[in-house]
Design a protein around this ligand. Structure first.
Ligand SMILES: Nc1ncnc2c1ncn2[C@@H]1O[C@H](COP(=O)(O)OP(=O)(O)OP(=O)(O)O)[C@@H](O)[C@H]1O
Ligand SMILES: [Mg+2]
Length: 242
């Protein structure tokens, strides 16, 4: 299962979702192994994880170009490995052919849209788009949809995830209803991620929210997201489901 986490809008929860989804898959043994690839030169995903031994490991630039590239194991999280960020990402050829590094690969992307984004979205099984439930969030979804059309990308691989959601806010409920009406339950994921300071805290400690605050609603929500996406996995990955 190749998941690219993408939204042109910044600060919507892309990196947070990539990081916590990986841990949630491993925690429930829904994946035999997960590789995270930090394709954002800001390097936030790399910074969120405990320091890795990078001597023999490849970075994201090498992953894009070298079939022999190997990620660094993430200390303290069995089954998790990382292609750390690079600030010299190459312009990819039209089609990407990265090595099968693990049954699950989750790619965190930079905000904005580039040739690399197009190539990654073409390569992915699913493009997961976190968004905040407000007007700008809806406008970002519309733009992403247009970009998919412009580049001939299959819209049915898009999944939308409401982040920093608060069920008691009318605005959030309205946006959720509009997205549901537009995309239906298939593409608007039936899980929302609540707003919680535990998320920012956990990033600072280099831990997933599951490890940092297992009682937090967000921990249960990322576990539920992992179950939903594992249900979308292509057939050959089912052997990894415990
Ligand atoms: N559910 C949440 N509740 C509270 N804070 C959150 C939540 N999700 C993310 N945040 C916080 O919001 C900020 C932005 O999150 P994140 O870095 O994941 O967004 P991003 O889309 O990857 O940003 P960028 O576009 O810069 O890469 C971070 O400080 C993060 O801790
Ligand atoms: Mg990010």
């Amino acid at each position: 299962m190749k998941i690219v986490v993408q939204n042109q809008k910044g600060g919507v929860g892309k990196t947070t979702t990539a990081r916590n989804l990986a841990s949630a898959l491993l925690h429930q043994r829904l994946a035999g192994g997960v590789v995270l690839a930090d394709l954002d030169p800001q390097g936030h995903l790399t910074a969120m994880l405990p320091q890795t031994d990078t001597t023999a490991a490849a970075d994201a630039a090498q992953w894009l170009c070298d079939a022999a590239a190997r990620p660094a194991p993430v200390p303290g999280e069995a089954g998790l490995a990382l292609f750390r960020a690079s600030d010299r990402l190459p312009l990819p050829a039209a089609d990407l052919a990265m090595p099968e590094a693990a049954p699950w690969v989750i790619v965190d992307t930079a905000p904005g849209w580039s040739d690399l984004t197009v190539a990654l979205c073409r390569w992915a099984d699913l493009v997961l788009c976190p968004l905040e439930p407000d007007f700008l969030g809806l406008s970002g979804v519309a733009r992403l949809f247009e970009r998919f059309t412009e580049h001939g990308l299959a819209h049915d691989r898009l999944r939308f995830l409401l982040c920093r959601h608060s069920a008691r806010l009318n605005l959030h409920r309205d946006v959720q209803a509009r997205l549901h009406e537009r995309f239906g339950a298939g593409q608007l994921l039936p899980v929302t991620i609540s707003n919680s300071v535990r998320i920012s805290e956990s990033a600072g400690f280099g831990r997933s929210v599951l490890a940092h605050a297992p009682e937090c609603a967000c921990a249960a929500e990322y576990l539920a997201l992992a179950r939903v996406l594992a249900g979308n996995a292509p057939k050959q990955d089912k052997r990894n489901v415990a």
